[in-house]
Design a protein. Structure first.
Length: 459
């Protein structure tokens, strides 16, 4: 059995390494000898990062879901390929203009992947889910504090939104981690009262509504988070967390009144935001009629659509497109870069890898030993799914642009570390559920106690 698993580990390592290596070797051939050393350096570091993370997971998380970590690492490696492609074009331009070489994004992304992988291993090795699940309100408080940090004096406003924090030489987005803590809070807290809500809901306007005494704190936390994000002008994250709340609370309580109420709130909130905030109005304008302002509000989405159209089915080839024409190509519009150079086929293949990751995460949720673990896994998985949907819908003009990053693919330390934090938590759940000695976290105590009291009073 150990031999079979070791063989599967070797196959997974080779697949993850080869997928990125093929892309990097293609760039070596495309850009020739002048820029080849930079790409060889990235390939060497990728080999170290890929094998190092798998070795650590093999020793410290021997029973964790192997395919889950492999798909996460594959997506992270593909982000390095397309960031290196953007880097090489920037290096060419700098050489032509005789200006200093820009900061290499691919090398920094490799650093974030390495730190994220090590962090995931530390979570599996040392985190106690029992301790985390005992105080759900601390998770909610941590989410609020992290989302509130950009409004403090050391916060930074960039491109109309106050999302960044600078501490000395370090600059990061605490909201990326706040989203993960909010997902943890929903999973732990709603698992306590989900069963109670299913038996104690009252009918209001034709819908079964959960009792506010137990359900209110979660709703109040969501409203507080939404108000903070409105002041930060980060309405994309606000929409993401509202949809996450709807998904998790609907599964926890089996009450679809929440879905109907949230749909109304999203519509009303979107209308108010478009009328109160200029940058939101510009996004709606760009979404509804981008050709009316092709050089202004509609420029970003038009360049994204033109890039996807130029790529066609099989793409223009790695290194042959013009992704530099798309603003924020490395972060907000990385899917447009992939679509232009790898085509719809390549884009669907990458989304297929992401779908496998989601499928394995849902399998982790189904295999967990207790309701808290199950709902935590579902909440974390839903966070990734909703964020990917909003980003993909934005760059293809199905929905307005939200400014969210693409999970595992966009450039940025905060985004990559937050994604690997989610992976680490899912691997922890997977490793524990595969161990016969891992007891279920007793999260239904409050709900069971209340239901027991109601049963006794009736008898």
């Amino acid at each position: 059995m150990n031999t079979n698993r070791s063989l599967r580990v070797l196959i997974a390592v080779f697949f993850c390494w080869a997928l990125t290596a093929i892309g990097l070797l293609t760039l070596v051939l495309r850009y020739g000898e002048g820029l080849a050393p930079r790409t060889w350096q990235v390939l060497l570091l990728w080999t170290f990062v890929c094998t190092g993370i798998f070795i650590l997971l093999r020793f410290f998380a021997p029973k964790a879901d192997l395919l889950l970590s492999a798909t996460a690492l594959s997506l992270s490696g593909l982000s390095v390929v397309f960031l290196q492609r953007l880097d090489l074009q920037r290096f060419e331009l700098a050489a032509a203009l005789n200006t200093p070489a820009p900061q290499p994004m691919a090398l920094l992304q490799l650093l974030w992947i390495l730190l994220g992988g090590v962090g995931a291993v530390l979570i599996v090795r040392f985190l106690s889910l029992r301790s985390v699940s005992r105080r759900p309100m601390f998770l909610g408080l941590a989410a609020v504090v992290l989302l509130l940090m950009p409004l403090l004096p050391f916060g930074l406003e960039i491109n109309g939104a106050r999302l960044w924090v600078r501490l000395g030489e370090i600059q990061f987005q605490p909201g990326e981690f706040g989203k993960v803590f909010f997902a943890l809070f929903l999973g732990v807290y709603l698992s306590r009262f989900g069963l109670f809500a299913q038996f104690s809901s009252q009918r209001r306007l034709g819908f079964l509504v959960p009792p506010m005494r137990q359900f209110g704190p979660a709703l109040a936390t969501l409203l507080l988070v939404a108000v903070i994000l409105i002041f930060e002008r980060d309405l994309g994250t606000a929409l993401l967390l509202v949809l996450l709340f709807v998904a998790v609370s609907t599964v926890a309580t089996a009450r679809f009144a929440l879905t109907a109420a949230a749909a109304g709130l999203v519509v009303i909130g979107g209308w108010l935001a478009a009328n109160l905030f200029g940058h939101v109005a510009r996004r709606f304008e760009a979404w509804l009629s981008p050709f009316d302002s092709p050089d202004d509000a509609g420029y970003q989405i038009l360049q994204s659509i033109f890039g996807l159209s130029a790529g066609g089915i099989f793409g223009e080839g790695l290194g042959s497109g013009s992704p530099n024409l798309v603003p924020f190509a490395a972060s907000d519009f990385i899917l447009s870069v992939i679509g232009e150079e790898a085509g719809y086929a390549g884009l669907l293949a990458i989304l297929g890898i992401f779908a496998v990751l989601i499928g394995r995460a849902l399998k982790v949720a189904l295999s967990c030993t207790g309701p808290a673990q199950q709902l935590i896994a579902f909440s974390l998985t839903s966070l990734l799914v909703i964020q990917m949907f909003l980003v993909a819908a934005g760059v293809t003009r199905v929905l307005p642009l939200t400014g969210l990053t693409t999970p595992f693919l966009s450039y940025g330390g905060s985004s990559m570390l937050a994604c690997w934090l989610i992976v680490g938590l899912l691997l922890k759940l997977s490793n524990d559920s595969s161990s016969s000695k891992s007891p279920a976290v007793p999260v239904m105590d409050d709900a069971t106690m209340v239901l027991g009291q109601k049963t006794q009073s009736k008898s």
